[in-house]
Design a protein around this ligand. Structure first.
Ligand code: MN
Length: 423
């Protein structure tokens, strides 16, 4: 049987070469329709969702743990482990292949298990156990450092020695399409003597990837590179909404708190680590050499195109404001996970790790408005004479990402969020 990543595979379902969801992808999500059934697990294929619960009911798929696909999150399926993840993906690939009549020629089964994408509502795909956000793009950290501390002290002394992060809030991780209320908080502009409380005036996005942790680690135990990698179930697009003015006043000495706690948006489809395997490459050279517990024996970065677009209420179409690539990240997701567990911190099924804002070396590759507008000093021009330094009420922010194969792409769909007023 050919491997599910084989680039020559075709499905009996027509899939446009520009679609994010060819047979080489098979990302997992949680969906419902207006049929009255509860949200359940499905896989995206072209313009359809394959209903895994219905396939299980029909004994076409067996993960040895009945009911995992009836769940309203992927946590129970993730808990069964990497061997079953691989076996399940191979079986789904087999069922969807153009040369396999099992589903292709069974009309009543097809009607039950293939749901047009236009008829589904997509839900938050995981129950988020914990949310941690990192700061692992050297270009982003340098840009921010230059803005606030000057060129000579751009990177903090610890930055090149470990993936810097903070523990965020799992409670406000939401799925794409969820509207985001402008946060309120304590604000003290640099020229004010005392702080006030009110709506954030410098609301920003951060282009990130999210790692979905699919296996636990025990409290007190460190992780090897192989162990950390095997715990990663997949990736989502992640927008780490940020209130820059709240952050500026609150972040010393313990780091971001309310500035990052009000909302984090993720895309509904989890692209598996296995599907990204053909796009693996080495990240930037790490100098100084990381301490032994952070060393990598293999490349752990991915060649993944990323794009951010903004649509102000009066604009007909979203306008791209950033095009970059996940490959630029200095610290890899595997290193972030190894570092996270290194003190003895236990990891849980359903933990979400934000990569940190993904910026690249070029000006057009900046992954936040803080960088694009250089802290508000260089307003970004948009069509129709519109300018932006930070996000305004009614603005929509859309992120997309994909790995380009030969004649197909393994993509993430999108994560979208629209800002609604604070009051
Ligand atoms: Mn962030």
């Amino acid at each position: 049987m050919p491997h599910p990543n084989n680039p020559t595979l075709r499905s009996f379902i027509e899939v446009d070469p520009a679609s994010d969801f060819p047979i080489q992808n098979l990302p997992y999500g949680v969906f419902s329709t207006n049929d009255g059934l509860a949200p359940r697990v499905g896989v995206a294929i072209g313009d359809f969702v394959l209903d895994l619960w219905q396939l299980e009911q029909d004994c076409r798929i067996d993960v040895g743990n009945a009911g995992v696909f009836a769940a309203s999150s992927l946590n129970p399926f993730m808990a069964v482990g990497p061997k079953v993840w691989a076996k399940t993906r191979a079986r789904i690939s087999e069922l969807l292949r153009h040369d396999n009549p099992e589903l292709r020629d069974n009309e009543s089964l097809r009607e039950r298990v293939l749901v047009p994408m236009t008829k589904v509502k997509l839900h938050l795909p995981i129950t988020v156990s914990g949310y941690t956000d990192f700061y692992s793009s050297k270009e982003h950290a340098t840009n921010v450092g230059v803005m606030f501390r000057g060129k000579d002290n751009a990177l903090q002394p610890n930055w090149l020695h470990m993936p810097i992060g903070y523990n965020g809030r799992a409670s406000t991780v939401v799925v794409s399409g969820t509207r985001v209320r402008r946060p309120r908080g304590q604000l003290k502009p640099p020229n004010a003597d005392t702080p006030g409380f009110g709506p954030c005036k410098r609301l920003d996005f951060e282009l990130e990837m999210g790692v979905v942790v699919g296996q636990p680690s025990a409290m007190g135990e460190m992780l090897s590179e192989a162990q950390a990698e095997a715990m990663i179930f997949g990736f989502v697009l992640l927008n780490d909404w940020s209130a820059r003015d709240i952050q500026q006043w609150e972040y010393v000495p313990l780091g971001p708190f309310q500035a990052k706690a009000f909302a984090t948006s993720i895309s509904p489809w989890i692209v598996t680590r296995e599907a990204l395997e053909p796009f693996r490459l080495a990240g930037p050279e790490q100098n100084p050499t990381p301490l032994p517990y952070l060393r990598q024996a293999q490349p752990n970065n991915y060649d993944m195109a990323l794009e951010v677009a903004l649509r102000a209420p009066s604009m007909a179409a979203p306008q791209p404001i950033c095009r970059t690539n996940f490959k630029y990240m200095y610290w890899s997701s595997v290193q972030q996970l190894m570092h996270h567990a290194s003190s003895g911190c236990a990891m849980n099924v359903g933990d979400l790790l934000g990569s940190g804002t993904i910026s690249g070396p070029e000006k057009s590759q900046r992954g936040s408005l803080l960088e694009i507008s250089w802290n508000g000093s260089e307003p970004r021009q948009l069509p129709g004479g519109i300018t932006r330094t930070f996000l305004e009420d009614g603005d929509s922010l859309i992120m997309r990402g994909w790995c380009q194969g030969d004649g197909y792409r393994v993509g993430f769909g999108e994560v979208e969020g629209t800002i609604v007023p604070a009051e």
